[in-house]
Design a protein around this ligand. Structure first.
Ligand SMILES: Cc1ncc(COP(=O)(O)O)c(C=O)c1O
Length: 351
């Protein structure tokens, strides 16, 4: 049913990718005079005067061991935002194709669609933040190239029912992009083990959340080899810089530490929920499978501004459809969460 030739843009199918110096010579040599680098070095303690590995193989090999997915099924980007943008540029014809998003959800799908002049079809989540399968089926037309599903979803925090995602994967002949940025915090299983089952599946993950490396900008896409080949053709030649690659390799040795943090964050999330429930301006706290919670309040703008004045920044989601009155709160350290709760005790009493 899914055939990459039916959805890839013609210009991308025919694209002859840029061939970098490091693509053209891959072995070891003693003198490199092929890439117009500064052979004298870098004005730093460490040398960064050579271009990095364009394919970041060392990082992919480590990730492959951790994730249980072959390196050839992994794309690495400058954040998963780069992967999202490449998907649009590779598979959607500007002014002609469309994609489906299921709001409220992560904002970059819409921004990338707008940048690439690709029409958006919005099929809102249901009241309990699950997929409206009938609505999605009705929205699909001959020009629908991708459906974006974020699970656990940002900003609602819940996971999307697996069976519903499987229904879409089995029936849609375009790409199903499952954004699992928060999967490490979830009780649900990742879809990355399903790549052989579904040739139209793209799973996005990131080192920015549980791995604590948002500043390095490393996002991952997991997909069939033929889809990964498209990513590699379209990406800028050296999209993952040398410092990020080196530091990621160091960080990936510390799986235990990251797993410890995840446990702590989940404990802190539960404590935060219990504390917030005591406030009468809190109307609801939605179940979360992520490192943040969505809190429905009587006065989101008031609470947000009150906290800003105290130097505590949360995310006001009041203007987001289906999130009216809501504030999204990232789970912090025990100390930070305590500061938040203590501050909120003064809300509404003139503090
Ligand atoms: C659902 C979701 N996907 C992707 C991203 C972006 O991740 P990255 O830092 O890898 O670009 C975010 C960041 O907040 C996110 O919430």
């Amino acid at each position: 049913m899914f055939d990459i030739n039916n959805i890839i843009r013609e210009n991308i199918k025919n694209l002859k990718p840029y061939s970098s110096a490091r693509d053209e010579f891959k072995g070891e040599a003693s003198v490199y005079l092929d890439a117009n680098e500064n052979a004298f070095g870098s004005p730093l303690e460490r040398n960064y005067h050579r271009y990095p590995d364009p394919m970041a193989f060392a990082v992919k090999n480590e990730l492959s061991k951790i994730k249980g997915v072959p390196a050839r099924n992994i794309f690495l980007g400058n954040g998963s935002d780069e992967a999202i943008d490449i998907l649009f540029r590779s598979f959607c014809n500007p002014g002609k194709d469309n994609v489906i998003i299921v709001p409220p959800t992560y904002g970059m799908y819409e921004v990338s669609a707008n940048i690439n002049d690709v029409a958006l079809k919005r099929v809102n989540l249901t009241e309990d933040y699950q997929l409206n399968l009938e609505g999605i089926a009705e929205a699909i037309d001959d020009h629908t190239k991708m459906i974006f599903i974020c699970s656990p979803n940002n900003p609602t925090g819940n996971s999307i029912y697996r069976e519903d995602i499987e229904t879409i994967l089995a029936n849609f002949s375009g790409l199903v992009v499952i954004d699992e940025a928060y999967i490490n915090f979830s009780r649900q299983k990742s879809f990355i083990q399903e790549l052989t089952e579904y040739s139209n599946l793209v799973v996005l993950q990131t080192l920015s959340k549980a791995w604590g490396l948002a500043g390095l900008r490393i996002g991952m896409a997991f997909a069939s080899e033929e889809i990964i080949e498209v990513f590699n053709k379209v990406k800028p030649p050296y999209n993952l810089n040398e410092a990020s690659q080196e530091l990621a390799l160091e960080a990936l040795k510390n799986v235990q530490q990251v797993n410890g943090w995840i446990k702590e964050i989940l404990t802190e999330r539960d404590k935060l929920v219990l504390s917030l429930k005591n406030f009468d301006f809190v109307l609801d706290i939605y179940p979360s499978d992520a490192n943040f919670i969505l809190v429905k309040t009587t006065d989101a703008n008031g609470i947000y501004n009150f906290l800003v004045a105290k130097g505590i920044i949360t995310r006001n989601r009041n203007k987001v459809e289906l999130c009216e009155g809501c504030i999204r709160i990232t789970v912090g350290t025990p100390e930070e969460n305590e500061v938040l709760i203590v501050a909120l005790k003064d809300f509404g009493i003139g503090g």
